[in-house]
Design a protein around this ligand. Structure first.
Ligand code: HEM
Length: 493
């Protein structure tokens, strides 16, 4: 009875927002169709049909409010109390990433966020630009081998490249994914994104027994096994390294860095995995392996897929707009001058203003993450006085927000320069905002700029066969992104 009363109240408040009439039990579930790869396109159509504004829909027993207005997005994301993730999102993600920092709430979330944050501060990230410049050579070796022959499917190389970088930067281990691309873990990425999307958009997913009888169930179990095993290997390698240091210290052996200084460094910022391994609870217990495994799996997976897809999309857009690619190159020439092949410093990266707006426009045009949201604990009053009722899953629908006609002139046109103009601070938030924003947005900017700066200085990027984008929870092309790389004979300005 309580449920009926609450749902009735929710419906009363939600009916003030535009949306189609829901059917009993399944709500507007049929509007999403039965092909999860099509669901997002259908959501965009619903947004267009209702006047390209905030809209509501019900999917099974869940009520969604989809936001695209910056003032309302600001209210939602700045709320220090409404920090829970939507039920359907957690059901889709938890089998793979457990109760890790991006899903948890309350004490576990606070503890993890506090523990991890120092690994993503400016001071800690100082060395990161150098790491990228050093590792880029292994990517160059591969792209060079394709020179003038055939287009390269860059997904194949950019994903393991980013996995390598994250392993070094966050976990202090060299995993060499780029050199060993046949590992089962590498192949899990595509399937995982597909599975999460299917889980997210299937309104029968709450029923664990039904899910077990679907053909995807065995695939899902195999993926979970592969990603957990990979994290177990990473943690074991780093533990071995730490144990060797302790042993060296106990035996008074001469090592590069004194153990105590090393630990101090780690705890002051430094390697994310060391912070997890070395942390102790107030009663002196170390963190459980299972918890460390969940956090490593989440950081590695979400970190590599988001950054590598953004890099691939930016290169794809450069191939489509050669005159903009030239502008990116001209900026590189102005920054590096005669010393055109030197490593970029953090200051150089800051100076790459055109590259920055180019990346932003790429992220606006092809949003990597389609939807993020919060499951409301209380009613939330929006900017025009209407109320999003408690229990609703209030989502930021990036595909709509990034083409909001009240914010962007000619939203369907690719125009990096638009980001030189002042804009509402919550209009463009690819890394989210507020207390639960992306922990690694600074790291990601270094990764994106350092990698693209190196690639553009070395190659001219030309288009290959057209990609076929599927709008999954992570936007990706089902046939990869194929591009030609032609070595430049630039010697700088
Ligand atoms: C282009 C790259 C990236 C984009 C666009 C991106 C975007 C996002 C977004 C939209 C959120 C959701 C926040 C919310 O619900 O409000 C998020 C959360 C998160 N991201 Fe990223 N991200 C990127 C790269 C990374 C990388 C490299 C890592 C590395 C570990 C990372 C780690 C996280 C974590 C741990 C969270 C959860 C934070 C929390 O719930 O407290 N992200 N990211």
């Amino acid at each position: 009875q309580d449920f009926v009363k609450k749902r009735g109240y929710r419906w009363q408040k939600l009916s003030e927002f535009p949306g189609d009439t829901p059917l009993p039990l399944i709500g507007n579930g049929l509007d999403l169709g039965f092909d999860a790869d099509e669901a997002l396109l259908k959501l965009i159509k619903i947004w267009e049909k209702h006047g390209k504004q905030n809209f509501r829909m019900s999917v099974g027993s869940e009520d969604w409010l989809m936001l695209c207005e910056p003032e309302d997005i600001k209210i939602l994301l700045n709320d220090n109390f409404e920090l829970s993730k939507p039920t359907e999102r957690n059901i889709a993600m938890n089998p793979f990433f457990g109760n890790s920092v991006s899903s948890s709430e309350g004490e576990r979330w606070k503890l993890m966020r506090k523990l991890m944050s120092p690994s993503f501060q400016f001071k800690t990230l100082d060395r990161t630009a150098d790491d990228f410049s050093k590792h880029i050579q292994s990517l160059f070796d591969i792209l060079d081998s394709y020179e003038g022959k055939s287009p390269v499917n860059i997904y194949t190389y950019l994903k393991p490249y980013m996995l390598d970088m994250l392993s070094v930067n966050l976990f202090g281990v060299h995993m060499n994914y780029l050199k060993n691309r046949e590992q089962p873990f590498i192949k899990t990425g595509r399937i995982l994104v597909k599975l999460v999307t299917y889980n997210f958009f299937s309104f029968w997913r709450n029923n664990k027994y039904l899910v077990r009888f679907t053909p995807l169930y065995t695939k899902m179990q195999n993926v979970i096994k592969a990603i957990k095993q990979n994290s177990t290997n990473i943690i074991a390698q780093r533990r071995k390294f730490l144990n060797n240091m302790i042993e060296a210290k106990n035996n008074n052996k001469n090592i590069d860095m004194d153990y105590d200084t090393f630990i101090e460094d780690s705890l002051d910022g430094g390697c994310l995995l060391d912070r997890l391994i070395l942390s102790v609870s107030p009663n002196g217990d170390p963190m459980k392996d299972e918890i460390i495994n969940e956090e490593v799996t989440l950081a590695l997976f979400s970190g590599h897929i988001t950054t590598s897809m953004t890099l691939c999309n930016a290169m794809y857009m450069m191939s489509l707009y050669p005159e903009m690619q030239q502008k990116v190159l001209d900026e590189q020439k102005a920054i590096f001058g005669k010393d055109f092949n030197r490593q970029a410093t953090t200051q150089d990266l800051n100076d790459m203003k055109y590259l920055e707006v180019f990346i932003k426009e790429t992220m606006r045009f092809i949003p990597i993450i389609a939807i993020i949201g919060r499951q409301l604990k209380n009613d939330l009053k929006l900017s025009d006085g209407r109320v999003a009722p408690a229990g609703t899953s209030v989502n930021i629908f990036y595909n709509a927000a990034n083409r909001n006609p009240r914010i962007y002139t000619e939203p369907d046109k690719f125009m990096p320069e638009r980001f030189f103009e002042p804009m509402h601070p919550f209009a463009f938030i690819p890394f989210s905002a507020g207390p639960r924003n992306c922990l690694a947005f600074r790291y990601s900017w270094i990764a994106l700029k350092a990698t693209l700066s190196n690639i553009v200085r070395r190659y001219e990027i030309l288009p290959g066969p057209e990609p076929k984008f599927a709008f999954r929870v992570i936007t990706e092309s089902t046939n990869g992104i194929h591009l030609y790389y032609k070595k430049r004979n630039t010697v700088g300005a």
